[in-house]
Design a protein around this ligand. Structure first.
Ligand code: NAD
Length: 472
């Protein structure tokens, strides 16, 4: 396909990056800092073009592109650049007294040449956020952006060599044949963001070379609402989390488990806020995006057709623009809308008797990327924390939590492993290498370890056999 990287070029790109990494140019802190500043500059100087590419790929409004992709990249690249020196310092652990002369430290080494595979839904930040991790750690990297966001992918291929050191950071464009060729090669770290099905292909390819991976995946992120919550604010915040990027966000609220008593009020409030957000209807609103491809549009349409639930809001779509209205459906347990991650603006509500019933439902399911709780009841909040597992937990709001830079962002179990964000991105691409420097003068202390062994030397090493162990 035109614009895609030629298959025979791929091993050459890989070899060139390995050569650059071996040359050592990516290691000095000042060099890395400069590249991070260039990355921030790339986002800042091209903000309009990036927003335009995102609009062409996803129909996403400019405000959402600036907020979710461009501004966050500028902010985070600059924060990483200013903290890098501190993070890269060797750690000096407190060791046992008899080891104190060994100058033991833990150095942070770049893992080497990294592969970053990114998806279409946040095509700029999800390519560039792992990249600032790789740069800050001192790695070389290839980005393989998604074939389903071709405008952003082409922009990255054009802008990255212009702003960053072209011999260290490359973009490979393509779809399954190209990524399959890429995955045959040995990388030092693979950072994949996308769905669990492809993650299994990536993991199998990585396993052949024992390559470590970070897997940023998705899944069904549930929302629990109990009767103590402020229902009106809950409805507004849940709806906002669902309509952003037309629900095509890994942390979008996937479905609601709500206590039966408050379901009618919750629906009324969601309807009211939907009307306020999109007074002339979402399908004609400039503040509402579209579904990325015909395949995803048809998947969502098919789900609505298969659902046996009752549509209480929306339910209309527009084939021409690939728009789907924010759609709320009251469902029962075995409904089609509760099967896989929805990744679109459809919001099923499953009424439950109590939070306990909701927690039982969750315990039978995969660990989600994030779990949302809307409650004013301390006991219920603690129960939710104690009874569940998830990448993160947020009480009181939805998508907004991704603006907190200082916590690890990642999943657990089916929602992935490893994490990113500022120092966590740096850590993902760094290897912690312990270094020891044992003085020759310490030889005098080592007599007992050498053969021939004796009763006396055995006694020396047996002291711990008599160490007191607490009875509790
Ligand atoms: P996608 O279809 O763009 O795929 C992601 C990447 O995988 C692309 O670069 C694509 O080329 C590559 N790919 C596709 N088929 C492949 C194959 N057979 N072998 C190797 N690579 C292949 O995006 P997607 O997977 O539809 O993205 C949506 C999913 O990503 C959702 O599940 C969402 O929850 C998840 N997601 C997670 C995060 C996170 O940070 N945890 C962020 C965004 C999206």
């Amino acid at each position: 396909m035109t614009g895609f990287t030629q298959l025979e070029e791929i091993p050459k790109i890989h070899a060139a990056l390995r050569k650059t990494f071996r040359s050592g140019i990516t290691k000095p802190i000042a060099w890395r800092r400069h590249q991070l500043h260039q990355l921030a500059r790339l986002a800042q100087e091209n903000a309009d073009e990036i927003a335009d590419c995102i609009y062409k790929d996803l129909g996403r409004p400019k405000q959402e592109a600036i907020m979710g992709d461009v501004a966050a990249v500028i902010e985070r690249s600059l924060i990483v650049a200013s903290n890098l020196e501190e993070w890269a310092k060797p750690e000096e652990p407190t060791v046992q007294p008899w080891q104190q002369s060994w100058n033991t430290r833990v150095e942070k080494q770049p893992k080497g040449v990294a592969l970053i595979i990114s998806p279409w839904n946040y095509p700029f930040i999800l390519s560039v956020q792992p990249l600032y991790g790789a740069i800050s750690a001192g790695c070389c990297a290839v980005i393989k952006p998604s074939e389903f966001s071709p405008h952003v992918s082409a922009f990255l291929a054009k802008a990255i060599p212009k702003y960053l050191e072209a011999s260290a950071y490359k973009v490979i464009l393509g779809a399954v044949p190209e990524i399959t060729r890429v995955l045959e090669l040995k990388w030092d770290h693979i950072f994949y963001t996308g769905n669990g099905r492809v993650a299994r292909i990536i993991s199998a390819a990585a396993a052949k070379h024992l390559t470590p991976t970070t897997l940023e995946l998705g899944g069904k992120s549930p929302v629990l609402v109990d009767s103590s919550a402020d229902i009106d604010i809950s409805a507004k915040r849940i709806l906002w989390g669902k309509v952003n990027n037309s629900g095509q966000i890994c942390v979008a609220p996937d479905y609601i488990l709500a206590e039966k008593a408050i379901v009618p009020q919750l629906i009324d409030s969601i309807k009211k806020h939907s009307q306020d957000f999109f007074p002339d209807g979402a399908l004609v609103s400039k503040s509402y995006g579209k579904i990325v491809t015909d395949a995803h549009f048809n998947r969502l349409k098919g789900l609505l057709q298969r659902s046996k639930g009752k549509v209480v809001l929306g339910g209309q779509w527009d084939e021409k623009t690939r728009g789907i209205e924010p759609t709320v459906v009251i469902v029962e347990e075995e409904d089609a809308l509760l099967e896989d991650e929805l990744f679109g603006p459809i919001l099923p509500i499953l009424p439950v008797e109590s939070i306990d019933e909701a927690l039982q439902y969750l315990q039978d399911r995969d660990y989600p990327l994030i779990l949302y709780g809307f409650s004013n009841n301390k006991v219920n909040k603690q129960k939710i924390l104690d009874a569940t597992m998830s990448g993160a937990v947020a009480f009181g709001d939805t998508f907004q939590t991704v603006a907190v830079n200082e916590v690890p962002f990642g999943g657990v179990g089916e929602s992935g492993h490893g994490s990113q964000n500022l120092k966590y991105s740096y850590d993902s691409f760094s290897y912690l290498r312990p270094v020891f420097d044992i003085p020759f003068q310490d030889e005098q202390f080592f007599g007992a370890r050498y053969p021939p062994y004796s009763e006396k030397s055995l006694e020396f090493f047996s002291a711990l056999l008599k160490a007191p162990i607490p009875k509790i």
